[in-house]
Design a protein around this ligand. Structure first.
Ligand code: UD2
Ligand code: MN
Length: 579
């Protein structure tokens, strides 16, 4: 999903030109080494890495404002300076015709210069920041499958034009078995004018995860920088990322992802203080830092933002650290879930993910994937996420499954593959628990382990369920008695320790069985309020609507057809953690 676009407009003069462009000499590495200036004091919390860097006692220079706007540019070209392109309505048909080639306005993109300027959207102080002269070099890796020619070229040009040459080791284009002819010889020919650009071609479709691994395997830079193939890097984007890694090799910095409109190709800046988060069942989203957190830490809009989950597409990582972490799980297919995997892995195994507001990259967010999935899209993503959940979520994986992917538990329906190596890796790296991650990295996430818990109170009897010596009965409610405590789980089980209450498929009885998440017949539908059968416990896998009912004599339980107002079918747990 795209971030919310900010209502602020970048600094521009009346001609739409960037007025904050600094007329700074374009330096290369050799000239930089000579410069030494004082490091701006870093924020609290950065002390250890600050000192580590200070020991190296190397020179510093102001972030380079490399941008080809220093060179002559056609100010009248369409889309120049990131301006929107407006078309006559007579061109609508053409726009529509070309749309599906990339699920954005391919027709407009083709008419915009491949090296257009974009507005410098960084917070004002960014241009004054100091970075070290001896930053590590990076390999920039673009994976693509059937990418639109004009956007692929614009992505590459933006890296070539706005990265200090001595820091850009190479650009690796990993062609994930594209079918379009122009991406073969014509692309080779075009890129042959840039010695830093290498193209690797995969012999079969691998998906973006294994394509990135293929790029990483041949990369020569000290840092890997992954980018999507329809982006535009902004002025000064690279050095602030590399600086963070220089200060601490376990930091994984991400640029702010700005929005290139899929409709008019304009470059739009996004709201400040945004970070990547997830909601159940592991759905990525953006959310601003809590207000109190910003105040408490006295944060300015250019400070790095701790980020619980990265969006996935754009980040830099120390190459050795990437491999120490076991890179990506190579069992993840095509698209999706790898951002969760690497995020949990980084945080739980000793690293940090940050968004760096002084580094900004525009990205075309598309409504749909413009390429085909070899198998069903939804199943592919769900399967990837299940692999991540099984390896990283510990007891919280019930929340993942319970929020919509119950069918994944049936391994006969979806085979999520072998996870031995991933589980071994987590052990070997001695990674922390998912609970630690939630408590320390994403404390504002609500993640109760069960939906409801406590006593199970029968409205009709005004007594509570009790499980003793493997049989159920009713007793006077008493919170101090463990025999009366049950959980209503994300799997929708009514559970006490290992035992679950199960409806019997025939007859009106019930049984106590060992809980098993993969058995759908143990599930009970239950809502505390606001539904037609509020407070009922409805057996999900019994043919007609059958509800759990207390015998009015109070000596046993049975299943009966559901009746909305029957108090002997109404049950209440002491605490509801979620509806
Ligand atoms: C986001 C990420 C993307 C990836 C994805 C989840 C951003 C801006 N983008 O979705 O990088 O993390 O979430 O997996 O954060 N590609 C291949 N082979 C494939 C499929 C895709 O090479 O089989 C390429 C594709 O051409 C593109 C990149 O991988 O350059 C990412 O794909 P996307 O742009 O469709 O993903 P996006 O931005 O929707
Ligand atoms: Mn993308």
């Amino acid at each position: 999903p795209a971030q919310t676009v900010s209502s602020q407009t970048p600094n521009k003069d009346a001609n739409g030109k960037q007025n904050s462009i600094q007329k700074e000499a374009q330096l290369d590495g050799s000239e930089l080494i000579a410069q030494t200036q004082l490091l701006k004091p870093l924020k609290a919390g950065d002390n250890s890495s600050h000192q580590a860097a200070a020991v190296r006692n190397t020179g510093l220079h102001k972030v380079l404002s490399l941008d080809a706007t220093h060179s002559p540019r056609d100010a009248h070209a369409l889309g120049q300076f990131g301006q929107p392109v407006f078309l006559a309505s007579s061109e609508d048909a053409e726009v529509k015709k070309r749309w599906n080639e990339g699920h954005f306005n391919v027709y407009i993109s083709e008419q915009i210069p491949v090296d257009r300027a974009v507005p410098d959207t960084r917070p004002q102080t960014c241009g004054q920041n100091m970075v070290h002269d001896d930053l590590p070099s990076t390999s920039v890796i673009f994976c693509f499958v059937d990418e639109v020619w004009s956007t692929l070229l614009r992505s590459v040009h933006s890296v070539l034009n706005r990265s200090p040459p001595h820091l850009l080791k190479e650009i690796i284009l990993v062609d994930d078995f594209s079918t379009r002819d122009n991406l073969k010889k014509p692309l080779d020919d075009y890129m042959s004018q840039f010695p830093k650009v290498r193209i690797i071609r995969l012999k079969e479709r691998q998906g973006l995860i294994r394509a990135r691994l293929a790029g990483a395997a041949v990369a020569k830079g000290e840092v890997l920088t992954f980018l999507d193939s329809h982006i535009e890097c902004n002025v000064g984007w690279l050095e602030p990322l590399l600086e963070r890694i220089y200060l601490d090799r376990k930091k994984v910095p991400c640029p702010v992802i700005e929005v290139i409109s899929d409709k008019d190709m304009s470059y739009m800046l996004v709201d400040n203080f945004q970070r990547g988060i997830f909601k159940w069942p592991l759905v990525f989203g953006w959310s601003p830092l809590p207000e109190e957190y910003i105040k408490k830490n006295n944060m300015s809009i250019s400070d790095p933002i701790r980020c619980p989950v990265m969006a996935g597409g754009l980040f830099s990582i120390d190459k050795n650290y990437f491999f120490e972490l076991g890179a990506y799980d190579p069992g993840l297919d095509v698209w999706g879930g790898e951002n969760m995997e690497i995020s949990f892995k980084i945080w739980m195994c000793g690293g940090e993910i940050e968004i760096i507001p002084c580094s900004r990259v525009g990205h075309i967010f598309r409504g749909q994937n413009p390429y085909k999935f070899p198998k069903d899209r939804q199943k592919t993503v769900e399967r990837n996420l299940a692999r991540v959940a099984e390896v990283w979520l510990d007891e919280y994986k019930d929340l993942f499954y319970g929020h919509g992917y119950h069918h994944l538990l049936d391994r006969k329906v979806i085979d999520i593959g072998n996870l031995t190596e991933q589980i071994e890796l987590r052990k070997r790296l001695k990674c922390k628990s998912f609970k630690w991650y939630l408590d320390n990295v994403y404390p504002d996430m609500k993640a109760p382990l069960v939906k409801a818990e406590g006593l199970v109170f029968s409205r009709g009897l005004r007594k509570c369920l009790s499980l003793q010596k493997s049989s159920l009965s009713f007793e006077k409610c008493d919170l101090s008695k463990q025999t009366q405590h049950f959980n209503y789980t994300w799997m929708r089980h009514i559970r006490q320790q290992e035992l679950c209450i199960a409806p019997q498929s025939k007859g009106r009885g019930f049984a106590l069985v060992r809980c098993d998440n993969t058995r759908p017949e143990l599930r009970w539908f239950h809502k505390s309020s606001n539904s037609a059968l509020a407070e009922h416990l409805i057996a999900e896998f019994v043919s007609q609507h059958m509800c759990l009912e207390a015998e009015p004599q109070g000596d046993s339980l049975r299943l009966n057809p559901c009746e909305p107002t029957n108090p002997f079918q109404k049950w209440q747990f002491t605490h509801y953690n979620a509806q």
